[in-house]
Design a protein around this ligand. Sequence first.
Ligand code: ZN
Ligand code: ZN
Length: 141
Amino acid sequence: MSAPHNGRCNCGAVTATVSGEPLWVRQCWCRQCQKSAAGSATTNALFMTDAIAMDGELSWFCYTAASGNTIEQGFCGKCGTAIMGRNSSRPKACVLRVGFLEESDRLAPTSAIWIEDAPEWAVIDPRLEQFPRQPPVPPKS
Ligand SMILES: [Zn+2]
Ligand SMILES: [Zn+2]
């Protein structure tokens, strides 16, 4: 109903149009996310990759998570805006950072993960479903 979602980094070198709605929106307080989000959580909307039309060049930072999965963080190499994340356990979907999307009002998170890594001053909305670490993966369909 509210798609498409439009994304734009701070400098405009990377833009995106997303034709679908997210499967979920969640905050992540893991340490890697705190670094890319300048101290707070990242807020991530999971979309099917084929719903995303990306324009412009991303830079990538890749690492192996505690789970053994490969995580790839995509960002604008010119202005540093965090744009997207890929996880090798979800080959057909990826997350867009909600800050990259223009109408973030429409993309409220419903859960917060890795809260055991959040700083003590973090304010986590008690209405969110909260997970100390990674939530259990739903069975593959
Ligand atoms: Zn940029
Ligand atoms: Zn994270």
